[in-house]
Ligand binder design. Structure first.
Ligand code: PMP
Length: 389
């Protein structure tokens, strides 16, 4: 309940609500086997370590990675991308080289690359998109040159909902010898992701957008790439031997996991994945598509609406503005009516610049949303528009 009204939570692209089994898994860990991992010979430490490493395997199977040591735990997508941008950039970028991203990236897949490009005097190049929010596919081949060192691209846009043809994009990049990092933050909870089938070199995602706790995320990397990269952060766990003169580093995945990890987050993420698996990801995808179709149908009742992102392939994320109404004003009134939507630039200012707008209203749906909630949203939206016009 919010403001004594039933809450309609349509801000799932920002973060999802957590199922009880995820919350229970965290309590259970602290109640029964809270301990640091990989360090103690004592019972609790061994139990926590076993559960932690079991969770890594669950995640490995969920995205079909070849090895469990290709699963690196991070704080989230942002940290996963920073890890690759920094380590890859320090090792492989030279002045004059190019990094390719797209116009529909979240800031998390722009800023880390811009930072390392500036440091290494490399150039950031951008694949443009069209008016409906689809990448200009034929530009990709043209923009990959002999200087391109890596392509970093989103699987699914958090603003437009666009699902990019990521497998084809990876094929094009690989045919030119360019590795690909995929930002999967908005993809993993909506459709099957198979990193081997995609042939992704790196795949980044966050737990909290897939029913898991905050502060836990994953970087998948192909073994050969992870072995080629230097460590990211230094500290405990990521070392082999330390003297003041020389340091050797641990093997994968520990080389990239300095310090005490987020054990509760990892255990919660495992439970969230099991929750998704118990329903079935295809079933979730179909259900969410049904909700999106229903929403789009009902939105026809609203005149003067402008959509941002009407790609043929899209997840249940709908960004729009109504007439000249500022998205913030609409968002505030909807909130008072118990409807949680996102307003603003959604951490993707270049998309706002492209459409020359300050922001949008974004509805993003998840597996627990219903058509009845969409009806409540439609009533509230109509009332809010009448108040503002
Ligand atoms: N990429 C995309 C496409 C996202 O939607 C988000 C979160 N909004 C991120 C990256 C960053 O994720 P996090 O804040 O969990 O690191």
């Amino acid at each position: 309940m919010v403001y004594k009204r039933p809450l309609v939570y349509f801000d799932n692209a920002a973060t999802t609500q957590k199922p009880q089994i995820v919350i229970d898994a965290i309590s259970e860990y602290y109640e029964n086997y809270n301990s640091n991992i990989h360090r103690g010979v004592h019972y609790l430490s061994q139990q926590a370590t076993d559960q932690f490493e079991q969770a890594r395997k669950t995640i490995q199977h969920y995205i079909n990675a070849k090895h469990s040591h290709e699963i690196i735990f991070t704080k989230g997508t942002t940290e996963s991308i920073n890890l690759v941008a920094q380590t890859f950039g320090m090792s492989f970028l030279n002045p004059g080289d190019e990094v390719l991203i797209s116009e529909m990236e979240h800031h998390a897949n722009i800023v880390p690359w811009k930072m390392i490009c500036d440091l290494k005097r490399a150039t950031l190049k951008v694949i443009p998109m069209n008016e409906v929010g689809e990448l200009e596919f034929d530009q990709i081949e043209r923009l990959i040159t002999s200087k391109t060192k890596i392509l970093a691209i989103t699987h699914t846009s958090n603003v437009l909902g666009t699902i990019n043809p990521i497998k084809k994009i990876i094929q094009i990049a690989h045919s030119k010898g360019v590795p690909v990092l995929v930002d999967g933050a908005q993809a993993v909870s909506h459709s099957k992701v198979d990193v081997q089938e995609l042939d992704a070199d790196f795949y980044a995602f966050s737990g909290h957008k897939m029913y898991a706790p905050m502060g836990i995320g994953v970087l998948y990397g192909k073994e050969e790439w992870l072995n080629k990269l230097p460590p990211y952060q230094g500290g405990g766990e990521m070392i082999g031997k330390v003297t003041f003169e020389e340091i050797t580093y641990n093997e994968l995945p520990f080389k990239f996991e300095a310090g005490t990890p987020n054990v509760e987050g990892v255990l919660g993420l495992e439970k969230a994945i099991q929750y998704i698996q118990s329903i079935g990801i295809e079933k979730i995808a179909n259900y969410e598509q049904g909700l999106l179709n229903y929403l789009m149908d009902r939105m026809k009742e609203i005149p003067n609406i402008h959509y941002y992102g009407l790609s043929k392939e899209k997840v249940a994320v709908l960004s729009f503005n109504v007439g000249d109404i500022h998205p913030y004003d609409l968002g505030v009134i909807l909130d008072q009516m118990g409807i949680a939507v996102r307003t603003g630039h959604h951490c993707a200012q270049p998309i706002m610049d492209k459409f020359n707008i300050p922001g949008t209203i974004r509805v993003s749906l998840a597996l627990y949303n219903t058509k009845a909630e969409i009806d409540l949203f439609m009533d509230a939206l109509k009332k809010a528009i009448t108040m503002l016009e």
